[in-house]
Design a protein around this ligand. Sequence first.
Ligand SMILES: N[C@@H](CCC(=O)N[C@@H](CS)C(=O)NCC(=O)O)C(=O)O
Length: 289
Amino acid sequence: MAHVQSPVHHGYPRMSSIALLLRSVAAIMFSSVAATSLAQDIHAKELPRSERFKPTDVVLYQYEACPFCNKVKAFMDYYHIPYNIVEVNPINKKEIKWSDYKKVPILTVDGEQMVDSSDVIDKLIKRIDPDYDLDGDEEKKWRGWVDNHLVHILSPNIYRTTSEALESFDYITNSRVKRNFSFTERLLAKYAGAAAMYFVSKKLKKRHNIIDERAALYKAADTWVDALKGRKFLGGSNPNLADLAVFGVLRPIRHLTSGRDMVEHTRIGEWYSQMESVVGQSSSIKAQK
Ligand SMILES: N[C@@H](CCC(=O)N[C@@H](CS)C(=O)NCC(=O)O)C(=O)O
């Protein structure tokens, strides 16, 4: 799972020139691989949950492993909104040149641009259910916790060791990518990307004052389970937007070593499985081991 965005906007610190070079190689390789293999990848389900909101053309401009993008995907998966994915090249961002907004996700809904994952979700839920109350304290608090706390713990975990970093880049050898790229290209993307992100994640760890990344992940998972207070979901018998946000950012790591460790060492497994069965899995973000 590459997390090869620009250091400027995603809070990446300044890097040594070697790390920068490696990251650039990884980013270029990753983006060319991903852009071709994932672009226009349609995710459709038969029965939209909303009778009111039936957009005909939804496009998500994303980075495959961007947690904010994965939040939007989990929401659209749950609400059965069919969408196309356009993978953005993290170096030149040519796929979003048409927009003034320079981050991902960007969602276009029948030509209308929506930006910022939480705003996107707010807009979509209001179209699905105009009466939806976005001001519920608990839901708001935990959605904020995902954006301001949980997302920062993920990179230090998935790129923690060189072997975990390599595992996170394993998706590059998945079958869709295989069709379009040579063995050498895939190998270079995987090793350069993993090396770059190994170093970047150490800087991120420092920046967010994380001493032990696994301990932080376990603590976050159990904090979330405590917030459930025995309920099936934070939303009660059905997930609310906070459930979908937590699930969205954890889904890409669930089948990596860090995600397996998390499930093994915390109480999050039951909630996660329940979310998985109501949202469904996304084939594009599973570890390919
Ligand atoms: N608050 C925004 C944050 C979006 C964000 O930071 N996205 C990162 C990718 S994870 C990004 O596009 N960074 C700029 C870049 O890579 O150049 C949201 O929730 O959508």
